[in-house]
Design a binder for this molecule. Structure first.
Ligand SMILES: *Cc1c(COP(=O)(O)O)cnc(C)c1O
Length: 395
């Protein structure tokens, strides 16, 4: 996880995303202290855009014991990277390669009878029966649940699979106290009881994701599936988690413009006074939402500066103000687009607000063109100094 000198060198001159794995480890510790249950690190979607392998390692260092992913492909990637922990994959089509899952010891969710039939055809799988606990999205309906449990028990008795878990997912966990959470917990309890009555003995029962783990102890059961919280996102706003990403970009050009100058596509902004505009070489192709045009801010030279004009595919314009003294921002100076907020820079959560979306969508939408550097403490050597954006020379 130590970045190469070349990677650090490059960071000053091109748009760069720094992933701080020490934040991930700390977040897992914080979340783990909120529950007696096991922590499953959900590293789907490239660990929410942060890099699967680095986040997986940092999660184990923080006390996570196993992994959750969406697709079998993601699970097989973890195996290929050398992870031997238990892995659960919960969303697969009927013709997914369940034989490969069995061969690699990957557990799968079974959300209905059709999937049960597909999974039976690949003997030896460990499965988690999935109940819809109020989203009408994934998982079996209560109507199907009884038959699903009965047939799963029959398949288990025939030696075709073993039911090791029962899972659900709450629809409104980001709003503690919302009645849908009570209803979801109650339905989950009913589903567990039903499974038990029909002869199943799943050791794992898991309902809570990040927000419920942090705000709703009644939802905890034997394990929590933690995704957003790994990377510092807490929709329940109850814990202080640390964002793991910092996005910087140098000013590639600074120009003076006269009052009244129209800026960018569509002329959506006019300079109200003579000013200086800074150009950043990143745009919506890199994940900056166009909706944040004329709303967002970035930090340059220790001060927040507004994003003006339309964010375009590859470029973003920042109003640096009039001053042309020795402290005025110059070409090559770094703008911090977002980060943990320590130096006054915006957070990804603020960008989400400017774009009328969730922080999740900001961090998972960052484009492949960004230079990525992963920093942090390799888990095996706890006494080495921590590399932070500051210590590797990113201002
Ligand atoms: C993404 C996901 C999680 C993780 O949720 P977070 O709120 O990101 O912690 C857990 N369970 C399921 C089924 C998911 O799809």
């Amino acid at each position: 996880m130590t970045p190469s000198p070349a990677a650090v060198e490059a960071a000053g001159s091109i748009p760069t995303l720094v992933i701080d794995t020490t934040a991930v480890t700390a977040n897992v510790r914080t979340i783990g202290s909120a529950t007696d249950g096991e922590v499953m690190a959900v590293v789907k979607a490239d660990a929410f855009g942060h890099g699967t392998v680095a986040v997986a390692k940092a999660s184990l260092a923080g006390g996570a014991t196993r992994f959750g992913v969406t697709t079998l492909a993601e699970a097989l990637d973890l195996r290929a990277a050398g992870f031997t922990e238990r892995i659960l994959s919960w969303l697969n089509p009927l013709d997914a390669d369940f034989a490969a899952a069995a061969a690699h010891g990957i557990e799968v969710a079974v959300p209905g009878l059709a999937h049960l039939a597909a999974v039976r055809a690949a003997p030896g799988l460990r499965v988690h029966l999935q109940l819809d606990t109020g989203m009408a999205r994934d998982g079996a309906s209560p109507e199907e649940w009884v038959a699903l449990c009965r047939e799963a028990r029959a398949a288990e008795a025939a030696g075709l699979l073993s039911v090791v878990g029962v899972m659900g997912h709450l629809p409104c966990a980001d709003r503690p106290g919302h009645p849908a959470n009570d209803a979801g917990r109650a339905r989950f309890a009913w589903g567990l009881q039903t499974a038990h009555d029909l002869g199943l003995r799943p050791a794992d029962h898991h309902l809570a994701a990040t927000a419920a783990t942090l705000s709703d102890p009644l939802s905890h059961h034997t394990m929590s599936r933690i995704g957003a919280g790994l990377v510092g996102i807490d929709e329940s706003h109850t814990a202080r988690l640390r964002p793991a990403l910092t996005l910087t970009a140098p000013l590639v050009q600074v120009r003076e413009v006269a009052a009244g100058t129209s800026v960018g596509y569509g002329h959506s902004w006019q300079a109200p006074r003579d000013t200086r505009l800074g150009l950043l070489a990143l745009g919506y192709a890199d994940g900056l939402p166009r909706l944040a045009s004329n709303r967002a801010e970035v930090l340059v030279g220790g001060r927040r500066r507004p994003v003006v004009g339309r964010i375009s595919m590859d470029m973003t314009i920042v109003d640096l103000g009039e001053a042309d003294g020795p402290d005025a921002p110059r070409e090559g100076d770094l703008a911090t687009v977002f980060g943990p907020g320590d130096a006054g820079e915006p957070t990804a959560a603020e960008w989400a607000g400017w774009a009328e979306t969730l922080e999740h969508e900001i961090v998972t939408g960052l484009g492949p063109r960004l230079h990525r550097i992963t920093v942090g403490e390799p888990p095996a050597t706890p006494n080495r100094p921590t590399l932070t954006p500051k210590t590797i020379g990113i201002r």
